[in-house]
Structures are given as C-alpha cells and as structure tokens.
Ligand binder design. Sequence first.
Ligand code: PAF
Length: 280
Amino acid sequence: MRIVRTVDELRAWSRANRKECKTIGLVPTMGALHAGHASLIRAARERCDAVAVSIFVNPTQFGPNEDFAKYPRTFDADCALAASLGAEVVFAPAVEELYPEGAETFVDVEGLSGRLDGASRPGHFRGVATVVSKLFIAAEADLAFFGQKDAAQVAVLRRMTKDLRLATEIVVCPIVREVDGLALSSRNIYLTAPQRHQALALSRAIGVVESLVGHGQRNVPTLIEAVEAVFGAEPDVRVDYIVCVDWATLEPVEAATQGTLFAVAAWVGETRLIDNTIIG
Ligand code: PAF
C-alpha cells in the first residue's frame, strides 16, 4: 500500500487505474480508524477494483472551541488497518496541500448546513462540504463510502454532489455498534468509564424508537416523548437534539414514514455524540 501526500499523486493513481478500466472507491476519513471505518473500507473493496482511504483531520470543520488539536491521531495504526483491508493508497495530505495559502473558495450547502449538527456547530458542514468536494475532485472516484451514523453529513453531501453534478456516487453503510449498542465513533475514546455507561442512553433511545416503530407507532410526538423519557433517566447526559426529519431536507416531518431519519445528539461530559435510525 502506498502513502501519497499530494493531490497530483492521488489523481495520477486514480487515472492510471481508470486507464485499466478499474473502478475507483474512496473512503474519506479523519483517521483514528475503528471497526466502523473498517466496514467502509470492506464495502469499498467489495464494490470497487481500487480503493483509496483519505486520512485528513480537516481544520475547517472544527469550531474555535472544538477538539481539532486533541482529535485522536493514530496514523501508523490507521495505515496498517487500511493495508490489511486491501486499500491500495492512503491519501494523507498536509493542511497546505488541501488549503493552499490564500485559499478563499468554500462549498456551502445553504439551508441544510444549518440544520441538526449544523445548528449547534456553525460552519461545521461548510468545512465538511469543502473538504469532501476537494477529495472528490482529487480522487476522481466512482464511489465514495460514508457511515449512516453521520446521517446529516450524508444529507449535506448528497445535496452537494447533486448540486455540483459531481461524478462520484455516495454509498451509505450501516452504523457499526459495540456489543452493548454504543455506536462506534473516534470520539468514544474521550469517555471515562462512567461516561461510557451514560452514553448508552443514545443507543437505548434509538432502540426504543425502533421497537415502537416495529409495533406500528408512527406518531412523531409519541416517539420523541419516549426518547425524552430515556434521556430523562440519565440526567448527566445533556440532549442537543431529538428529531424526526426528512433525510433529504433535514426538515421535521409529521409522521415517521419509510426512509425518515430519527436522530439524536447529546453531550456526555465534554463529548458530543450522535446516533440515529432510518425508519423502515
Ligand atoms: O466523517 C468524517 O470523518 C469527516 O467529516 C469527513 C467526511 C472525512 C470529512 O472530513
């Protein structure tokens, strides 16, 4: 497996593969890879002939008081994992490679970017859309793989891809969970043992929604009330949002119908966690 640092090298790799009629998969990450990322790389290997994993802690998607500086960086282990799963290339650019001095071009998916996580993290989705568009343009991939856990991010990126008529298709892979239900996240390592326990309120809440929906309950206020009761029993967890929205627009819906996104976000200590389910 090769580690490439520049856009030109990544593009040359991609074009060489395309010349051989190979399909190209991209797995964008910020590193600190876990089993959730592994599932994305596996899915990319299954569907594409050649796979690149990008590892870039993108400064523009972090707010001034967020965890950019302390975000976990485990580059050697990440490369070993990517290689073991069959990635051909790890793209690990320096900040100046993706944001050359004087850069003043950003991608802003207006409207969507201010909803859900975008409401509590102003500028976050502008940073995500900007870096992912740069990655798509550099990698010239056929398919790019993202986790359903970041469901609002997926909505923003789908809109961006459509609006800019980008040629890369977005593939969404299921949430990967610990055995006790906690959705995998690179930020889980911030949790102390008691917080790790409190954090289970998120997956418990999602489980309650899935069970109610499984029994035919589609009324949104009823679903939200049930989730509020779960969080009410965990007073150290501070809810950011509990929403039932159209997955494409992130606008609230009246009834939870097929394809609707039910999502929660909450603070456990200093760590903000998210979880969701797509109504079946
Ligand atoms: O989901 C992530 O890890 C990041 O938001 C992404 C898509 C790699 C962009 O930096």
